[in-house]
Design a protein around this ligand. Structure first.
Ligand code: HEM
Length: 232
């Protein structure tokens, strides 16, 4: 569809990729459009959708959490969802962080050693494949109290369990390649939740525990049927 879309572009993202040019007027090849599209779908869209699924599950599972989120959303009234309004959604942000902690869309990050190094007494020669595992650290007893429990308030200012170590909470990676979309994803999740919860409350439509598929991107096996109950 690349030639077709380049010839007849619209306002969609795919068309924008076909139209994009650098400062010398050079656009992307078909292969480059495909690569960027794969990246957009997998790294940007699927990751955010996976964590939103976990957030929705949490709303349907913990009525106290949903009540607090609904209060926070109601407090905004009909304010436009600009950065001032979104900054007020502190508990919503804790909920998103907790969803990312317990169901990180990217639990393992592959790397290759570019030079020999020694890691805590283990010699690692250049060229070795190594894996950073934020998914393991995110449930480590060293950094988290009762790590299996879904508890957004562990991110509250007085507990701040994520501040015990620079990489205690690293679902967006770290270092030179840290996710560039992390603030965008947070905004998107907050806006989605406000627009949904201004009108509805969420109920899970089935009683069985959800079986979360973890790789390549988390998702509830068989879907996550929910009921949207309009506010009275
Ligand atoms: C909840 C949502 C997201 C999660 C959990 C996530 C996670 C990550 C992680 C772990 C990395 C580091 C990969 C590595 O070190 O090899 C990364 C990189 C990246 N992410 Fe995200 N991401 C999310 C959303 C997004 C969004 C919405 C965008 C774009 C709109 C995006 C764009 C990128 C890009 C471009 C990189 C590569 C940065 C680089 O290599 O310099 N991500 N992401």
């Amino acid at each position: 569809m690349v030639p077709e879309r380049c010839a007849n572009p619209g306002g969609d993202f795919f068309s924008q990729m076909c139209l994009a040019v650098d400062e010398d007027g050079k656009g992307w090849s078909t292969q480059e459009v495909l690569d960027h599209f794969n990246f957009l779908l997998m790294a940007a869209h699927d990751t955010t959708a996976a964590s939103l699924a976990k957030v929705i599950w949490a709303l349907g599972t913990y009525s106290d959490i949903q009540a607090r989120i609904l209060d926070e959303v109601a407090a905004l009234q009909d304010a436009p969802l600009d950065d001032v309004a979104l900054a007020q959604l502190e508990y919503t942000e804790r909920l998103f962080k907790e969803a990312l902690r317990l169901l990180p869309p990217v639990p393992f990050i592959p790397r290759r050693a570019v030079r020999d190094f020694d890691w805590h007494g283990t010699y690692v020669p250049a060229g070795t494949w190594v894996t950073a595992a934020p998914g393991i650290v995110l449930i480590s007893l060293t950094h988290w109290s009762d790590p299996e429990t879904f508890d957004p308030d562990r991110f509250s200012p007085n507990r701040a369990e994520d501040r015990t170590h620079k990489y205690a909470w690293a679902p967006f990676g770290g270092g030179a390649h840290k996710c560039i979309g992390l603030h965008f994803a947070t905004m998107q999740v907050k806006i989605f939740l406000v627009l949904l919860l201004r009108r509805y409350r969420v109920e899970l439509a089935q009683a069985e525990p959800v079986d979360w598929i973890r790789v390549p991107i988390p998702q509830p096996r068989g879907g996550l049927p929910i009921r949207l109950v309009p506010h009275a």
